[in-house]
Every structure is written in structure tokens, then in C-alpha cells.
Design a protein around this ligand. Structure first.
Ligand SMILES: C[S@@+](CC[C@H](N)C(=O)[O-])C[C@H]1O[C@@H](n2cnc3c(N)ncnc32)[C@H](O)[C@@H]1O
Length: 276
């Protein structure tokens, strides 16, 4: 059985640590998914206690991903996507949204959590003409990702690529050089490529800073909220698409937008920019 799909799946399952909260599984729980464990649910419930609108905020964040990917496929004519920090597959995955607009759209998915790979099959379906791949890798290793054969077989880096970093850069600490990392992905794609990025902020609740990041302290990655100016810096040198970097709920909202209870903020900024 060694080397078989069964042994690969058994290996992935063995590496899943159910004892500590994982970002992907906390997110899954908040989105109403089933791929989470007691440690994840406990961390998520702490967030809900701090901010009763957490679930709606997370749904709004996910909904921003849908609208922005649709925009990229339709208005910016993006046919290739590199989606890093993919998350556990749920409704409206990047390839499903992109391929609805362009059946030939290709998506390379990257996540450093083995649980995403366990459910990776859901990311490998899609239109017969489009293509997807999914790899386990860390965004802090751009060279590994950018040269990975399964990324290269789906994405042609000589043609425009949409780099998708939605809900993931706040897991990279300042010591890990988040801006340099994003610059490396920006440098790897040609003119006409796009960056879609969103990020958690505490601009609307600065007093909560310590309490809000606490549930993540025991998890696989700490949470680093950033200000609007700090989020804008990720897009430096590229042309921001209207309305710029704004709260995710304000980025081209459509009729599916649900209101956020409490202060009405989703506590996240997002934007899309084009490489000149
Ligand atoms: C909050 S989820 C966002 C999922 C998806 N992008 C979305 O917007 O619905 C963050 C994801 O990033 C992944 N992640 C966190 N740090 C990462 C890293 N250093 N490299 C790759 N993936 C990472 C987590 O495993 C998780 O699946």
C-alpha cells in the first residue's frame, strides 16, 4: 500500500493534530462546516463571545472572496489563479466561481494545513476544460510554491495570474517579513496580473487587541491584525481597482450581502490591484 492514494491519505490523517486549534478549522466552524474538533470550536466560541457578529463577519469575508474572484474573472479577464491559504473546501471555492465566468479558468490551490489536502478532492473537480491542483506548502516559502510542478502544470507564469491571498496574511508575523513575501509573489507574475488580498483588522475595536488574538495563541499560527495603511502597503506599486482597500462588506457589495449584527463591521479589509 506504500505510495498508494490510500497510504497518502492515511499519512495526511496521521499528521492532523486535533488537540490544538487550527486556523482552517476555526474558520470552517465559523462558516458552519463539519471539519473541526473541540479545540477549534472552543477557540471559535471565544471569538464569538468577544464579538457576537463573528459568524456573520466571517461569512461576509468569504462572500468578498466570491465577489472579487467573479470580478477578476469577468472584468479583469483573469484565467489563472494562484490561491494561497485556500482553507477547507466549502461553497463557492475559487475555481467554482471563476469557472462559472470562464470554463477554462485554472486554479492552483496552496495551504499548509494537511486537513485541506484531505478534502482536496473537492477542489479538484470543476469544468472539464478548466484545471485545478492542490498542494500542501507554506506561503513563507515562495520559491517552493512558485517552482512546484503541480503549480506549474496549472499556472503559466508568462501570462497574467491572479494571486489570491484572502484571509491569510494576518497569520504572518512582522518578524516573518510579510511585505517581502507578498513582493516575491508580485514579482513572479507578469504585467496585467492581479493581487486579491484581504486582512483582519482591529481598527474598529482597538481595545480588544489582546483578547481577540488570544484564542490563536495556542493555535498553529498567531493572529496579527493590521491597520488600513498597513493593509494598503501590500498593494504598493500596483493599480488599485475601485473602490480601493475598503472593509470587505463595502467592496462592490451585491444583493446577497447580509447585515452584520453589533457594530456592523466585518473587521476585515480587502482589495484588488492590477500590476502595471
Ligand atoms: C481564514 S482561512 C481563509 C480561507 C480562504 N482563503 C477564504 O477566504 O475563505 C486561512 C487559511 O490559510 C491557511 N494558512 C495559514 N497560514 C498559512 C501559511 N503560512 N501558508 C499557507 N497557508 C496558510 C490556513 O491553514 C487556512 O486554511
Amino acid at each position: 500500500m506504500s505510495g498508494s492514494p490510500e497510504s497518502a491519505a492515511a499519512d495526511l490523517l496521521a499528521r492532523i493534530n486535533t488537540k490544538i486549534p487550527h486556523a482552517a478549522r476555526i474558520y470552517d466552524y465559523l462558516l458552519g462546516g463539519k471539519d473541526n474538533y473541540a479545540a477549534d470550536r472552543e477557540a471559535a466560541e471565544q471569538l464569538i463571545k468577544l464579538s457576537p457578529g463573528t459568524r456573520e463577519g466571517v461569512r461576509a469575508h468569504r462572500d468578498f472572496l466570491r465577489r472579487a474572484v467573479h470580478h477578476l474573472a469577468v472584468k479583469e479577464e483573469m484565467a489563472q489563479f494562484l490561491d494561497i491559504g485556500t482553507g477547507i473546501p466549502t461553497q463557492g471555492n475559487t475555481h467554482e466561481v471563476a469557472q462559472q465566468a470562464n470554463a477554462r479558468a485554472r486554479v492552483a490551490y496552496v495551504d499548509n494545513d494537511p486537513i485541506v489536502l484531505v478534502h482536496g478532492r473537492a477542489l479538484l473537480t470543476g469544468s472539464p476544460t478548466g484545471r485545478t491542483s492542490v498542494i500542501e506548502a507554506d506561503l513563507r516559502e515562495p520559491k517552493t510554491i512558485l517552482s512546484h510542478p503541480q503549480v506549474r502544470e496549472v499556472v503559466d507564469f508568462d501570462r497574467p495570474v491572479a494571486v489570491v491571498l484572502v484571509g491569510v496574511m494576518h497569520f504572518i508575523t512582522d518578524d516573518e517579513a510579510p511585505y517581502d513575501l507578498v513582493e516575491q509573489y508580485k514579482a513572479a507574475v507578469p504585467s496585467g496580473s492581479c493581487l486579491l488580498l484581504s486582512h483582519i483588522t482591529l481598527d474598529f475595536a482597538p481595545d480588544l487587541s489582546e483578547k481577540f488574538t488570544k484564542p490563536y495563541d495556542k493555535s498553529t499560527a498567531p493572529m496579527v491584525p493590521r491597520t488600513k495603511a498597513q493593509v494598503e502597503r501590500f498593494f504598493e506599486g500596483w493599480q488599485l481597482v475601485d473602490p480601493g482597500v475598503v472593509e470587505v462588506v463595502q467592496w462592490r457589495p451585491d444583493r446577497y450581502q447580509e447585515p452584520i449584527p453589533g457594530d456592523g463591521h466585518a473587521w476585515a479589509y480587502g482589495g484588488v490591484a492590477v500590476k502595471p
